[in-house]
Design a protein around this ligand. Structure first.
Ligand SMILES: Nc1ncnc2c1ncn2[C@@H]1O[C@H](COP(=O)(O)OP(=O)(O)OP(=O)(O)O)[C@@H](O)[C@H]1O
Ligand SMILES: [Mg+2]
Length: 459
């Protein structure tokens, strides 16, 4: 998880957030001591000016704590959101360069979950880490030490309440963590079934499988919901029990502290301060538990994102690309080309050999599944071939810059894709400065070719 944050989160902002948080903890830890001073030296002796003086000090520390908390939240929120933004754009940058081979590896629905939901998990944990993961241990050590200085006699109460709390947290985590971890795969499943239902809606209707598909979606939906309900129930149940443990600790402090006060071995102010420190100690444990409960889910998300980022794109620009001549007249040649899909045993295309020159129209005719689409996909290098060469103007397409190659080719796939916007926006996709005449020309070509199948136009 740290690997995924490295370089994508600003170090300065993280350091700033931590510094603000340290100031906040120090200010917060000071308050109970001041309360005990007011009670011991002001209230007990009726020293009004002392009460005023310490009162102002307390206001000062409270304000400092609020300002520091604001600074910490501001920086933590900013840097975790930026981390999310950077992750999303890195995934997008990676995915947009995927060849069809790589798209065959990771489900599109899963890619969407990984870019949205998984990134949010990482963002949340980064935020929590900058807020609490560092605050809790400092608070824990500081409050325990200060509690000890206020009363050695009562410290034994911790020896009972902390293990009770820890055992309880352990039980809750043992149940909750596997459920938290399962949330991501269940979200994936919902997206997968939903997407299949949408893309296959015609087939589903034609075969009257609406009910079956609905049930399948219901299944995935229910599975996710039940998991979420279970995990939230566990967390919801945990809170009252934790409050009970904290209240029990308070009662014990008042009970035993009261006896110490009546035997004159402890001052009232010290007991009040001790109580507040005890709460801070137990609170720190709870905060740590909360962060640790979120970590497994975020760790699963981090692995899923890393998986995408680690996929090596096979089709890359060559190190020393050959420049295409600056002409609009191109020629295309297939030189004894073999191609096999990486998941297939047999060749999809074997020994394809032909050439097409500027002004010529070449139609590839064949039955369904004979490899027409596959052949056309090899021209813009959507897949790399196994043997032979695909040549544009006599140059192997693998020796060209992909951007140059794509500039020289117009590509009209059989299944059309419309992007959000007007028809004109869609037509201008390949050339933002296209004139009306050019747009009409493109429409005419599209009309005469797209109805027959895939089409690649190189001149
Ligand atoms: N992504 C893929 N992975 C593995 N095999 C594939 C893939 N896409 C297509 N094929 C297989 O490759 C062969 C050629 O398919 P292709 O889509 O090129 O045929 P086509 O001639 O365009 O058919 P149609 O006339 O139906 O459009 C088929 O046997 C098909 O099952
Ligand atoms: Mg086809």
């Amino acid at each position: 998880m740290l690997k995924i944050a490295k370089g994508r989160i600003s170090t300065m902002a993280v350091i700033g957030a931590i510094l603000f948080m340290i100031v906040q903890v120090i200010a917060t830890l000071n308050l109970p001591s001041l309360t005990s001073n007011i009670v011991n030296n002001g209230v007990a002796t009726g020293n009004i000016s002392y009460i005023w003086k310490i009162g102002f000090e307390m206001i000062g520390f409270s304000l400092l704590s609020v300002v520091a908390a604001f600074g910490n939240v501001f920086l933590a929120a900013r840097s975790s959101q930026k981390l999310g933004k950077n992750l999303r754009s890195d995934i997008y940058k990676k995915v947009i360069n995927f060849s069809n081979d790589e798209f065959d590896k990771v489900e599109t629905s899963s890619l969407i979950t990984r870019t949205t939901n998984d990134v949010v998990q990482i963002q949340n944990v980064a935020m929590m880490a900058l807020r609490m993961m560092i605050m809790a241990p400092i608070m824990l050590v500081g409050a325990s030490f200060l509690a000890y200085t206020k009363s050695h006699e009562l410290t034994w109460i911790f020896v009972v309440s902390i293990p009770v709390l820890l055992i309880f947290i352990g039980i809750v985590m043992a149940f909750a963590i596997p459920l938290f971890r399962a949330m991501q795969t269940k979200t994936d499943r919902i997206n997968l079934v939903f997407r299949e239902g949408l893309t296959g809606v015609r087939v589903i209707r034609a075969f009257r499988q609406d009910k079956f598909e609905q049930d399948r979606f219901e299944g995935a939906n229910k599975d996710y919901t039940q998991n979420a309900i279970k995990v939230n129930t566990i967390v919801a149940l945990a809170f009252p029990i934790m409050t009970l443990i904290m209240s029990g600790t308070n009662v014990a402090i008042v009970w035993f502290g009261g006896q110490l006060i009546s035997s004159q071995t402890m001052q009232v102010g010290n007991m009040i301060a001790f109580m507040t420190y005890a709460m801070q100690v137990l609170m720190s444990f709870m905060l740590l538990a909360m962060v640790f409960a979120l970590i497994p889910r975020a760790a699963a998300s981090a692995t899923r994102i890393q998986e995408v980022l680690d996929i090596e794109t096979k089709i890359n620009d060559p190190e020393k690309p050959v420049a295409l001549p600056a002409t609009k007249q191109h020629s295309l040649a297939f030189d004894h080309v073999d191609y096999r899909y990486q998941t297939a045993e047999q060749l999809a295309l074997a020994d394809i050999d032909f050439s097409a020159h500027s002004g010529q129209t070449v139609a590839i005719i064949g039955g369904t599944g004979s490899g027409k689409t596959t052949l056309v996909n090899l021209i813009p290098r959507f897949y790399d071939i196994e043997k032979g060469a695909v040549k544009l103007d006599g140059e192997d397409v693998r020796s060209l810059k992909t951007a140059d190659l794509h500039r020289a080719i117009s590509f009209v796939p059989q299944t059309a894709t419309l992007f959000t916007g007007t028809i004109r926006d869609n037509l201008k996709f390949g050339n933002a400065d296209a004139t009306d005449d050019e747009i009409w020309h493109a429409l005419e070509i599209a009309w005469s070719t797209a109805t027959f199948g895939d089409c690649a136009c190189v001149s």
